[in-house]
Write a protein that binds this ligand. Structure first.
Ligand SMILES: Cc1cc2nc3c(=O)[nH]c(=O)nc-3n(C[C@H](O)[C@H](O)[C@H](O)COP(=O)(O)OP(=O)(O)OC[C@H]3O[C@@H](n4cnc5c(N)ncnc54)[C@H](O)[C@@H]3O)c2cc1C
Length: 325
């Protein structure tokens, strides 16, 4: 039996100091931690429960977004301001997991959940997955080929969102990291994030005045309660029907959430039409590494992205209430 001590500090400094101890880590909703712990794949001597901290709060308006790290997935997904001004986040969250898990799972925990592969979930440290149709096609390393599982992270990458992070000790203080800096390809170990020991995510922030022109499309093996085979998050800055700027991120394809600057550049200045979308997604396979089991993901990625782009246009044509539907 892998026993642990559970503590519930009520101050940030006590939390980060406790979690900086060897073998300690945070627990928020517990839907990943306890799952892995039961499998014997989450060795820990001390779990520091974050639920005594005041890390709640949802602010979502046209100028700025701020989500407390302990906000639950359902609360954020169903929030009227998030659905109106940041539909890509609302859609990504409401297409995640089940209502029960979304009622427990938090913003911070979702971003740090582990990939759903034996490499990450089998207690044997030498256990690695064989080639499978789920394998990532971007950012594959000798350590991992497992796609990063968070839908929320893909939406936040497309928004170029930032994370507020607090570390242990006075010197560490608070820092802000872009989502694109927070995730790193697991090149020297299985670690895919940039957190230092004891560091805690306190909030998610974004400033994207055009984010209401955004959408998330998720392709999965069954229509509910399933991780993405491929997903696409897109955000468009539109001048009438012309695209000023496009942001595209995808899930299910990278060992971390993946962004596509070449496809984004191909859309800038173009009309928001199916022809422009199809031309832009043609370059999305740059740097893709496939094998016979997962090569289908290249075409699926292109089609999923076109569908997400078309969904933004359809939402725009349907008017301001469409984001709630
Ligand atoms: C059956 C099933 C289906 C699922 N389907 C999906 C899906 O389709 N899409 C999807 O995105 N997810 C899915 N999930 C994953 C689920 O969304 C995550 O388990 C959940 O979001 C994790 O949040 P939590 O608060 O419970 O995290 P916890 O289990 O409490 O913590 C997870 C990790 O994050 C760390 N952590 C937590 N909060 C912080 C913080 N503020 N700062 C620093 N570290 C922190 C913990 O130390 C731990 O390592 C599914 C899960 C299950 C069990």
């Amino acid at each position: 039996m892998n026993n642990f001590v559970l503590t519930r500090p009520t101050g940030l400094a006590d939390c980060t100091a406790a979690a900086a101890q060897p073998g300690a880590s945070f627990i928020a909703g517990g839907t990943t931690v306890l799952d892995l712990w039961k499998l014997g794949a989450y060795p820990t001597t001390q779990l520091v429960d974050l639920n005594g901290l005041n890390l709640r709060g949802i602010r979502a308006g046209p100028d700025a977004l701020r989500l407390g790290a302990l906000e639950r997935m359902n609360a954020v997904g169903e929030h009227a301001g998030v659905a109106t001004y940041y539909p890509v986040i609302s859609q990504a969250l409401l297409l995640s997991a089940s209502p029960q898990i979304r009622n427990m799972g938090t913003m911070g925990g979702n971003l740090l959940q582990r990939p759903r592969s034996l490499t990450y979930r089998n207690p044997d440290p030498h256990r690695h997955d064989g080639p499978s149709r789920f394998d990532a096609i971007f950012g594959v390393t000798p350590h991992s080929r497992a796609p990063h599982p968070s839908d929320l992270a893909v939406a936040l990458l497309a928004l170029d969102a930032s994370l507020r992070i607090v570390g242990p000790g006075r010197a560490a203080g608070e820092r802000t990291l872009k989502i694109s800096e927070f995730y790193r390809v697991p090149s020297d170990s299985l670690k895919f994030d940039s957190l230092q020991p004891g560091e805690l995510i306190t909030a998610v922030e974004a400033r994207v005045p055009f984010a209401r022109h955004s959408a998330y499309v998720k392709i999965r093996d069954r229509a509910s309660y399933q991780f993405a085979v491929v997903s696409a998050a897109v955000v468009l800055d539109l001048d009438g029907s012309t695209i000023r700027e496009a942001r595209i991120a995808a899930g299910g394809v990278g060992t971390i959430p993946w962004r596509f600057p070449a496809a984004e550049a191909a859309l800038a200045g173009r009309p928001a039409t199916p022809e422009s979308f199809r031309a832009a997604v043609a370059v999305m396979d740059r740097d893709a590494v496939t094998h016979p089991h997962n090569a289908f993901k290249v075409d699926l990625l292109r089609r999923t992205t076109v569908r997400a782009l078309q969904q933004v246009v359809a939402q725009e044509n349907a008017g301001p209430t469409s984001a709630h539907t």
